[in-house]
Ligand binder design. Structure first.
Ligand SMILES: *Cc1c(COP(=O)(O)O)cnc(C)c1O
Length: 437
C-alpha cells in the first residue's frame, strides 16, 4: 500500500519505505493512503485466534505486494508472542486491556518488536550495520533496546535525560550492553531530542555509518498497535455480543491513533476517549480552544509528559479536520493528586493496582460512570505498576510484586555512559561506535 503525507505535498511512497523514513519531506507525517476494511466474515473467523494471527490479518493489507509480505507471519509471531489479555474489573462492565506483559513491561514492546522484525526483514546480509538512535523519556528507549538487542546488523544508541527517569526506567535503559549503548545526557528530554535530530540531519555522519530512528512518528510503531485493539474487541464481542468502548492514556497519541485505525478497519470498537495527565494541550483543544502546542510539564505519569503530541496531525487527518475531531472524542485531564487518589483506591474500588499512566485512564472511567454511562469500557493498562514502585508502593501500602520481565531486567548489570548535552560530543561517540577499532 502507498503512504501519503498528512500535509499532502510529498510524493506517495510504499509502506516499507515509510517505515524507514521519519518525517515526510513536506514536514508532515506519513499515513496509509486509505484505511482498508476487514469484512465481517473474516473478523468472525478470528474469534479465539491468538493475538499473532489477528495481527497478521490486521497488518496484511498494508504490506500486500511489498518485500514485507512474505515475512509478515513470522514477524507477527515474534512481535505478538506476548498476550494482551482483556480482564474484567470489579464492576464487570469495566475492563483492563493489559499491555504490560512484554520484555520491558510497557505497551511499546509490541510495536518496537514489530518494527525491529520489519527492519531485519528489509535488510540484506551485506548491508552495513545500521545505528538506531532514540531519544527517550523512559519507556520507548527500553522497548527499542530490548527489540534490537543482539539483532544482527543493528546497534542501538539511546539518549535519556540523567535524573529525570525513574530508577527502574533508568535500569531498563542501561542494562543491555552488547549492541546497545545508553547515554545519560546532562540535560532535559528536549535536549536529548535536539541532539538526536541534529545527528539525523548530519548528512556527512550518516554517510559514514547508516543512521535511523525508531521514534513514535514511525508508522512501523503505530500500525501494529491496532492488533491488540482488534483482538480485545473481537473477544469482547464473542463474550458479550456488544462493542467495546476504549479509554487510552495518551501522550504522543500513537496508541490512541492505533485504536482509531482498528475501529476504522471494521473491528467492533465503539467510543474512543483519551486520558491525559496535567499537560493541558489536548484537554484545552477538546474543550474548544485552538490547538496550541506548548512545553511539557513534569507529572507522575512521566511517559505522557508531552506538550506537543506528535500524532495530533494524524488524528486530525483521519477525521478530516479539527471540527470533526473535536466532535468525535474527548480528553479527560487528570492531575497528580487525582492520580494518587486513584492508585490509593484502585485495589478496593476496581480490584487492581494501576501504574500512574493507567490511573489516568481509570480516573476517566470513573468520570464516565459518574455521568451514568452503563456501556462496557476498557482502560488500556499501558505499563506494569512495578515499573514505578517509588510512586505506587507508598499509596497502596505494600510492595508491588514485580512482573517476571522486570525481575529478569533487574538481574542484568546496568552500564550507561554520561554525556554532556553537546552535539560535537555525541557526534564523536557515534563515529566511534560506527567505526569500532
Ligand atoms: C508511551 C506511553 C504512554 C503514551 O502513549 P502515546 O502513544 O505516546 O500516547 C502512556 N503510558 C505509558 C506507560 C507509556 O510508556
Amino acid at each position: 500500500m502507498n503512504c501519503i503525507s498528512t500535509r499532502g505535498k510529498a510524493p506517495a511512497i510504499r509502506l516499507h519505505q515509510a517505515l524507514i523514513t521519519g518525517l515526510a519531506p513536506d514536514g508532515g507525517l506519513y499515513v496509509p493512503e486509505t484505511l482498508p476494511t476487514i469484512d465481517a466474515k473474516t473478523i468472525d473467523a478470528l474469534r479465539a485466534q491468538p493475538l499473532a494471527t489477528v495481527a497478521e490479518v490486521v497488518l496484511s493489507p498494508y504490506v500486500a505486494d511489498s518485500p514485507l509480505q512474505a515475512s509478515l507471519a513470522s514477524i507477527c509471531e515474534q512481535a505478538f508472542a506476548v498476550p494482551a489479555p482483556l480482564r474484567a474489573l470489579r464492576d464487570e462492565r469495566d475492563h483492563l486491556l493489559e499491555l504490560f506483559h512484554g520484555p520491558t513491561a510497557a505497551f511499546k514492546d509490541y510495536a518496537a518488536r514489530f518494527l525491529a522484525g520489519c527492519l531485519s526483514a528489509l535488510r540484506s546480509d551485506d548491508d552495513p550495520v545500521t545505528t538506531i538512535l532514540v531519544a527517550t523519556s523512559g519507556d520507548t528507549g527500553a522497548a527499542v533496546a530490548a527489540a534490537f538487542h543482539r539483532r544482527p546488523g543493528f546497534r542501538v544508541v539511546i539518549l535519556y535525560p540523567d535524573g529525570r527517569v525513574s530508577p527502574v526506567q533508568a535500569h531498563g535503559l542501561g542494562c543491555w550492553g552488547d549492541n546497545v549503548r545508553a547515554f545519560r545526557v546532562d540535560g532535559s528530554f528536549d535536549d536529548c531530542q535536539r541532539l538526536a535530530k541534529q545527528a539525523l540531519a548530519d548528512a556527512e555522519l550518516r554517510q559514514q555509518s547508516p543512521l535511523t530512528t525508531a521514534n513514535s512518528i514511525s508508522l512501523g510503531r503505530l500500525l501494529p498497535q491496532a492488533a491488540y485493539y482488534a483482538k480485545a474487541a473481537i473477544d469482547h464481542q464473542a463474550r458479550h455480543d456488544d462493542v467495546l468502548n476504549v479509554i487510552v492514556p495518551s501522550g504522543n497519541l500513537g496508541n490512541a491513533c492505533a485504536a482509531l485505525v482498528a475501529r476504522r478497519m471494521g473491528f467492533p470498537i465503539g467510543k474512543l476517549r483519551l486520558a491525559t495527565n496535567a499537560n493541558p494541550t489536548l484537554s484545552d483543544f477538546f474543550a474548544g480552544d485552538d490547538y496550541r502546542p506548548r512545553d511539557a510539564i513534569a507529572t507522575l505519569a512521566n511517559a505522557m509528559d508531552v506538550g506537543a503530541p506528535s500524532n495530533f496531525e494524524r488524528l486530525r487527518h483521519w477525521h478530516g479536520g479539527v471540527a470533526q475531531l473535536r466532535n468525535s472524542t474527548r480528553a479527560h485531564s487528570v492531575d497528580d493528586p487525582r492520580i494518587r487518589d486513584v492508585i490509593r483506591q484502585a485495589p478496593e474500588r476496581h480490584g487492581t493496582i494501576p501504574c500512574p499512566h493507567t490511573a489516568t485512564g481509570l480516573a476517566a472511567l470513573q468520570d464516565i460512570r459518574h455521568h451514568g454511562d452503563c456501556r462496557p469500557w476498557a482502560v488500556v493498562a499501558t505499563a506494569h505498576p512495578a515499573k514505578f514502585p517509588e510512586i505506587v508502593e507508598p499509596l497502596v501500602g505494600h510492595t508491588v510484586t514485580a512482573a517476571p520481565e522486570l525481575v529478569r531486567l533487574a538481574e542484568r548489570a546496568a552500564q550507561s555512559v554520561a554525556l554532556c548535552a553537546d552535539y560535537s560530543e555525541l557526534r564523536r561517540q557515534l563515529l566511534a561506535v560506527g567505526n569500532p577499532p
